[in-house]
Design a protein around this ligand. Structure first.
Ligand SMILES: C[S@@+](CC[C@H](N)C(=O)[O-])C[C@H]1O[C@@H](n2cnc3c(N)ncnc32)[C@H](O)[C@@H]1O
Length: 391
C-alpha cells in the first residue's frame, strides 16, 4: 500500500485576496522570470531532501501529490512540469484514481485548454477550482479576479472533460461573506450542485490576524456576520449538500461517494508528507519543519547551497501531538482515534474529560465508537468551544 504524500507550494497570484493568510505574492507580467527561478529552487530542494533521505516512505511511488498556492494555474505549465518530472510524478500519470491522486489548484481566470492538457500529461487527475461564490457582488467583496460566469465556464469545461477522462472536479466556496444573504448562499450551493462537481469545500470566511480584511473589520469598515447567521449558513450547506448525495466528511468538506480528497485526508490523519517550496510544511518520521515564507529567501538559499528550513521541535512534544490529533481528528467524520494514544496518557485524558464527553454524546454533539471520538455535524457548530475545552 502506497502512503507517500507530497505538497508543492506555488506562491504567485495575480492579485492578493484581502482575506487570505496563505503565503502568496502578487505577480503579473514577470511571473515567468520569477517562476523560472523559484521552480528551479524547488527542484534543488527536492534533490537535497532525496540525498538526505528526508522522504515519506516508501518513495517514489506517490499516493498523492498536491500543487497548492497561491495560484499554481497562473504559472506557465513548463515550470510545474519541471517539478513534476523531477519528483517522479509524471510516472504516476495514468495510474488508477484510487492508486494515485494528483491535485492542482486552479483559479478560473487562468485555466486554458492548453494548460489543461499539459496538466493531464503531468499526471494531475483532480482539479480544485477557487470559485468562492457564484454571485458577482460576493466576488467583488472578496476582490476576486474572476466573475461568476467565468467560474461557471471553467467548471463546465472540467466536467465535460470528466465525461471521457478519469478526473475529479472540486470547488472551493466561501460563506458568511458580509452582504451575502442566505438566499445568495443557497443559490451558490444550488449552482455548485447543478454543475455536478465531485467535491465541495465550503469555508466560513475567517478573519486571520495580519490580513487586510481583518484590519478593515477592526477599523469598523465592515461588519462580520453574527455567530447565529454563520451557523444558519453552515446548516444550510449541510442540509442541501447531504440531500444532493454528498457526504459531509470533514467540517468544511463534502464529497460524492469515493471522491474524498485523499491528500487532505492523509494530512488530517497525521500521515507523513513532504512539502516543497516557500512556506511549505513537512512532517516525516516524527520531525516537523517548514520553509521560510518568502520565495526569494527560499530560492536564494537553494541557489547558494543553504538549506533554510526551520525545525519546529515544539510541535513534536507529546502535548502538541495530542492537541494536533484532537484539532485535526475532531474536524473529520471518522473522529480522533484514541486507541493510538499511549497509556497512561489516554487513560488520564479520558478520566479528566470522560464526564463532559458523555454529556456531549447525550446532547447529540459527539459520538464514541470503537475508541474513536467524533463530533456530529451539530457538534461541529461548536467546534471551537469543544476543542478549547478538550485541549
Ligand atoms: C489559499 S487558497 C488557494 C486557491 C486559489 N488560488 C484561489 O484563490 O481560489 C485556498 C482556499 O482557501 C480558502 N480561503 C482562503 N482564505 C480564507 C479565509 N480567510 N476564509 C475562508 N476561506 C479562505 C478559499 O476558499 C481558497 O479557495
Amino acid at each position: 500500500m502506497n502512503t507517500a504524500h507530497l505538497y508543492v507550494h506555488s506562491p504567485f497570484c495575480r492579485r492578493k485576496c484581502p482575506y487570505c493568510d496563505f503565503y502568496s505574492v502578487r505577480q503579473a507580467d514577470t511571473v515567468d522570470n520569477d517562476a523560472r527561478r523559484y521552480y528551479a529552487a524547488v527542484c534543488r530542494e527536492w534533490d537535497v531532501r532525496r540525498r538526505t533521505g528526508d522522504m515519506p516512505p516508501p518513495h517514489p511511488a506517490w499516493r498523492t501529490v498536491f500543487f497548492g498556492g497561491g495560484t499554481p494555474s497562473l504559472v506557465p505549465p513548463e515550470r510545474l512540469e519541471a517539478v513534476a518530472q523531477a519528483v517522479g510524478m509524471t510516472e504516476r500519470a495514468g495510474a488508477a484514481r484510487d492508486a494515485f491522486e494528483g491535485t492542482i489548484e486552479i483559479n478560473p481566470e487562468s485555466l486554458t485548454p492548453e494548460k489543461m492538457s499539459a496538466y493531464r500529461q503531468m499526471g494531475f487527475n483532480r482539479f480544485s477550482v477557487g470559485i468562492q461564490s457564484f454571485h458577482d457582488a460576493d466576488l467583488a467583496f472578496l476582490e476576486r479576479v474572476h466573475d461568476a460566469e467565468q467560474g461557471r465556464k471553467v467548471v463546465e469545461m472540467l466536467t465535460r472533460q470528466r465525461e471521457t477522462e478519469a478526473i475529479s472536479v472540486s470547488m472551493d466556496l466561501i460563506y458568511a461573506i458580509p452582504g451575502q444573504t442566505p438566499e445568495r448562499w443557497r443559490q451558490t450551493l444550488t449552482q455548485a450542485i447543478d454543475l455536478g462537481v465531485d467535491h465541495i469545500s465550503a469555508y466560513g470566511l475567517s478573519y486571520y490576524e495580519g490580513v487586510e480584511l481583518t484590519a478593515r473589520r477592526d477599523a469598523g469598515d465592515i461588519r462580520p456576520v453574527s455567530d447565529e447567521e454563520d451557523a444558519a449558513l453552515f446548516e444550510m450547506a449541510h442540509q442541501l449538500l447531504i440531500e444532493a448525495g454528498y457526504e459531509h466528511y470533514e467540517i468544511s468538506n463534502y464529497a460524492r461517494p469515493g471522491r474524498r480528497c485523499a491528500h487532505n485526508a492523509a494530512v488530517w490523519r497525521r500521515e507523513a508528507y513532504l512539502g516543497l517550496g516557500a512556506s511549505a510544511h513537512s512532517c516525516i518520521a516524527g520531525r516537523r519543519w517548514h520553509n521560510p515564507p518568502d520565495w526569494i529567501v527560499y530560492s536564494k538559499g537553494f541557489e547558494t547551497g543553504q538549506d533554510t528550513r526551520i525545525f519546529d521541535p515544539e510541535a513534536e512534544a507529546p502535548e502538541s501531538i495530542r492537541a494536533e490529533r484532537l484539532l485535526l481528528g475532531l474536524r473529520t467524520r471518522e473522529g480522533v482515534d484514541l486507541g493510538q494514544w499511549p497509556d497512561p496518557e489516554r487513560a488520564q485524558w479520558l478520566q479528566r474529560h470522560g464526564e463532559w464527553i458523555e454529556e456531549l454524546i447525550r446532547d447529540g454533539l459527539a459520538q464514541y465508537k470503537e475508541d474513536r471520538l467524533a463530533l456530529t455535524w451539530q457538534g461541529w457548530l461548536l467546534y471551537d468551544t469543544i476543542l478549547e475545552r478538550l485541549i
